[in-house]
Design a protein around this ligand. Structure first.
Ligand SMILES: Nc1nc2c(ncn2[C@@H]2O[C@H](COP(=O)(O)OP(=O)(O)OP(=O)(O)O)[C@@H](O)[C@H]2O)c(=O)[nH]1
Ligand SMILES: [Mg+2]
Length: 262
């Protein structure tokens, strides 16, 4: 305690010297107030810096997900395991998300990217929304041999293009036509054209059914271009289409696109 009062007196003496030097005449009480206000000022400054750092670091931490979407059985979990352990694994239909950190080698450095494999079962789709606000890229995996599911894929893509968060954050899409090793698989260009046709039908029927007050800022552009036929190039977000066969270890095209967007 003695030491503290000594230091305090020293500080006051120093301030007095400065007072005399510059002709300011403050008494001890004023000096005390001056020291206390400086200390509070410094404390406040540290607090502000701390708040800024926590907000900035938190943002950086959360905006780093690659979200795997697509219908049941299209190969999302198989793809995730292939990336993680470089093996073809037996899978069962997912009932909840699978999450894995994958190291992707880039020209400059090794990036650790968080992949979230979201189950394709339609009953679970309500949970997608919480991931959209922290997603950097969506990889939409479909089975290129499955003609039946194309309508469902088109509906899901249409829903995503109308989604507020997707449009606001301009999340890029990689549509991956998987299972190209199967003999009845179809080329990506054919699938692209089929999807565009299906989405155009959905767009037209949505346009007819909408009242004027149902238009929102986000979907007005997308739905408003009534005369133009829908093309992926004109979608509300950037879209790339690639083919892959997880089974045949043919996944380079997807990885290159992830590197491009991430
Ligand atoms: N021929 C072939 N089969 C594949 C390929 N990729 C995945 N599969 C098979 O497709 C089936 C379904 O794969 P999953 O990875 O479980 O599918 P999923 O998309 O996770 O399905 P949900 O979890 O139900 O949403 C499995 O039997 C896989 O072995 C591929 O490139 N070629
Ligand atoms: Mg799965």
């Amino acid at each position: 305690m003695d030491k503290l009062t000594k230091i305090f007196h020293q500080v006051i003496n120093e301030i007095k010297k400065i007072d005399i030097k510059y002709g300011i005449n403050l008494n001890d009480f004023h000096n005390l107030l001056f020291v206390i206000s400086i200390l509070f000022g410094l404390l406040f400054l540290f607090y502000i810096v701390f708040i800024f750092f926590t907000i900035f670091l938190k943002k950086k931490k959360t905006y780093n997900i690659v979200l795997l979407l697509g219908p049941c059985d299209s190969g999302k979990t198989t793809f995730l395991f292939k990336l993680k352990i470089n093996k073809l694994c037996r899978t069962v239909p997912s009932m909840k998300e699978n999450i894995a950190f994958i190291n992707i080698k880039d020209k400059k450095k090794n990036k650790s990217i968080k992949f979230v494999d979201f189950p394709g079962h339609p009953k679970l789709s309500y949970g997608i929304e919480k991931y959209l606000s922290i997603t950097n890229v969506i990889i939409y995996i479909l089975d290129s041999s499955d003609r039946q599911s194309l309508k469902i894929v088109a509906e899901k893509l249409f829903e995503l293009f109308m989604n507020k968060t997707v449009v606001k954050r301009q999340i890029p899409f990689i549509i991956c036509c998987n299972k190209t090793d199967l003999c009845n698989s179809r080329p990506k260009q054919v699938i692209k054209e089929d999807l565009e046709r299906e989405i155009e039908i959905l767009k037209m029927s949505k346009n007819k059914g909408l009242d004027n007050d149902e238009y929102t800022e986000e979907n007005e552009y997308f739905l408003g271009q009534n005369s133009e036929f829908f093309r992926f190039e004109k979608a509300p977000c950037h879209i790339e289409i690639c083919s892959a066969s997880v089974k045949d270890d043919n996944i380079e095209e997807i990885i290159d696109l992830v590197k491009k967007f991430y």
